[in-house]
Design a protein around this ligand. Sequence first.
Ligand SMILES: Cc1cc2nc3c(=O)[nH]c(=O)nc-3n(C[C@H](O)[C@H](O)[C@H](O)COP(=O)(O)O)c2cc1C
Length: 207
Amino acid sequence: MDLSHDHSARLGDILKWRRDVRHFSTQPVAADVLARIEASVDFAPSVGNSRPWRIVRVMDEDKRRAVCDSFERENLAASHGYEDAVRQNYLALKLAGLREAPVHYAFFCDPDPAEGCGLGRRTMPETLAYSTVMAIHTLWLTARAHNVGVGWVSILDPQIMNDVLAVPREWTFIAYLCVGHPLECSDAPELHRRGWQANCATVWIDR
Ligand SMILES: Cc1cc2nc3c(=O)[nH]c(=O)nc-3n(C[C@H](O)[C@H](O)[C@H](O)COP(=O)(O)O)c2cc1C
């Protein structure tokens, strides 16, 4: 890497255009691009270098359907938590691109990996989950650098995810990612653009 070069403009572009994507083309992602996106996870930081993320490539149609069914159920259940007027707005939102996205990843976290020998997580075992989120974010930015979009789906029953994807029950389900070519790009969050939640200012506290 040329350490004398200023990379901030390109990184700024990637951060600005990253955005969560729910509207995907069904066009497949080229294998070499996908390989580079997947390889990026290896550059993520992790507590004690434990690399606790466990990633399932969800290719099987029946499994994808089961995930989709869980989303539909949980999304409907979530809508019932709102008053009528807000509920209509909620139901009008598109909160997952599960049917269209060509690539699906489920991220789990091993809550007790041998790797890292416990370093850094004695008082905060949740740092393993944070590490897994770092891997997701690394993949997310790399995908954007290749003009590929990522959508995070959390409106799911986590236990069903372990069961459907046949991974150990002890693993913590962290995220389900839809990946593919976006149908639209924006530098503003969709929830902001659709009037659900405007971007609020970050709270900084000086002490
Ligand atoms: C932990 C987490 C869970 C999320 N779950 C969902 C989800 O289930 N459905 C959805 O449409 N977006 C989901 N998102 C995306 C957020 O809605 C999105 O990041 C936020 O609105 C800001 O938009 P931006 O990512 O485009 O900046 C999730 C994001 C995070 C970080």
